[in-house]
Design a protein around this ligand. Structure first.
Ligand SMILES: NC(=O)c1ccc[n+]([C@@H]2O[C@H](COP(=O)([O-])OP(=O)(O)OC[C@H]3O[C@@H](n4cnc5c(N)ncnc54)[C@H](OP(=O)(O)O)[C@@H]3O)[C@@H](O)[C@H]2O)c1
Length: 251
């Protein structure tokens, strides 16, 4: 780790010139931090968020720092909106890095027997379907090219072990359990790194973002470190896994 000018710990990235990174949820929080770090390392970064104002703000702030960033407002839960982004991107859609960070938290009162179908669908469609939409649109070209790094943001709240699946926040927890399962299954389909497309999930910990709240114990840079490390690592057969602070953790 090194310190940025503002004193924020940053993951030291290798030169990413010539690479394209697509970051869903890149307009705020962990996704925005990853977008900035990847662009600072030389990548062309495509950020996707739902709210046009939030996307415009993040994009203009990053471009003002001389970073090669383009932004698109699209709802990841809507396959057609994401497919339209892909069409607009042209050759930039053939990315080397895909970070799926876009997600929403469930309402506080969302125990399985108290949540509503509307709430269940809202969370699952964004957090799970959104990842499926992104990987189905942007991973095939990685497989064709023989290089790709895919990182899906999961959550420790969704694990079968440790702090996970303890009840409550049902749509959120289950959506993230499913994201980890999707990650594992896709990695298996890609023969666990044999095609040099690595697919992994990350538990960032409880992070100081809009979702995590200002009182969360960990900084955005701490939460993003493993994501950035996975996004830029060398070929490996250690993939299809759930990572926390650069260490594999049980699902
Ligand atoms: N923060 C934590 O403590 C924590 C803990 C464990 C896991 N995670 C996971 O880490 C990831 C990032 O979390 P965060 O804390 O950075 O969240 P955040 O600050 O709330 O940011 C969420 C991002 O997702 C985007 N987004 C939400 N719904 C979308 C949709 N339907 N279509 C497109 N973009 C959408 C938002 O875009 P707009 O700006 O347009 O709304 C925003 O850029 C999430 O997957 C989260 O579940 C976070």
């Amino acid at each position: 780790m090194r310190q940025s000018l503002q004193g924020t710990p940053m993951t030291l990235l290798t030169d990413l010139s010539g690479q394209v990174a697509i970051v869903t949820g890149g307009s705020r929080g962990l996704g925005r931090h990853c977008a900035e770090q990847l662009a600072a390392a030389g990548a062309t970064v495509v950020i996707i968020g739902k709210n046009p104002d939030s996307v415009a703000k993040a994009t203009s702030e990053l471009v003002a720092k001389d970073l090669d960033v383009v932004g698109f407002a699209a709802d990841v839960s809507d396959y057609d909106q994401l497919a339209a982004v892909k069409s607009e991107l042209g050759v930039l859609a053939d990315a080397q890095i895909l970070i799926c960070s876009a997600a929403v938290m469930a309402e506080k009162i969302s125990r399985t027997l108290r949540t509503t179908k509307t709430e269940w669908d809202r969370v699952l469609e964004t957090n799970l379907n959104g990842v499926f939409h992104a990987v189905s649109l942007f991973v095939p070209s990685m497989v064709e090219a023989g290089y790709g790094r895919v990182i899906n943001l999961s959550a420790c709240l969704s694990r079968f072990t440790g702090p996970g699946l303890g009840g409550g926040l049902a749509p959120y927890r289950i959506s993230k359990t499913a994201v980890t399962a999707l990650t594992r299954n896709l990695a298996a389909e890609l023969q666990f790194g044999a095609k040099n497309v690595l697919v992994d999930a990350v538990c960032p910990g409880h992070i100081q973002t809009d979702m995590g709240g200002a009182a969360a114990p960990r900084t955005i840079a701490q939460g993003a470190d493993t994501v950035l490390w996975l996004a830029t690592r060398e070929q490996s057969d250690q993939t299809g896994l759930l990572w926390e602070d650069r260490v594999v953790v049980d699902f």
